[in-house]
Design a protein around this ligand. Sequence first.
Ligand SMILES: [Zn+2]
Length: 191
Amino acid sequence: MSELYTGTKFKYINKSKTFPEHKNLKLLKSWCDIFNRNKFAPPYPGGSSGNLSFRTKMNSNNFIITASHTSLSDAMKDSDFSEVVFCSVSKNIVHSKGIKAPSSETLMHYLIYKSRPDVNAIFHGHSAEIMKLAKQKTFPETKKELEYGTVELAEDVVNTLKNYNFVILKNHGFVSVGKTQNEVGNQIFEL
Ligand SMILES: [Zn+2]
């Protein structure tokens, strides 16, 4: 990716300092570790270029996501995650629970959950190798290189995903979605 990470582009309102608690958080932590070990989300100083989330409740678009400026590792704490409980795309506002701000790509995750009720987990990474493999398998790719964290990018991804569970973000990375975290993670290894 050509641009430097400079933080979230939305206004973020912390609704509670309570750590997100959920029976599926442990599994998300293990997928974060797998992502790190397989270099799916290459590290930069102070973080990892990727973000992982799962829907916390059926029939809602709330989700637990890795926090902004957070390194994926085998030693992640509950405080390295945020629960997103409200998003307004038009006002560019995110409400969340937890100590840290949610990932800069929160609006992308939100718009995917909103448009795809069948999707309960979303993993995003920047591995060039995975992008290359996905291209060979002819998975769809977004048309333009767009700035990270923007609504424009999020909408482009949603449109490209439509009938797929895996897309390439042009000159940026990949997004894998599915019914369960294991389905989303395993399909990256099956490329
Ligand atoms: Zn990204």
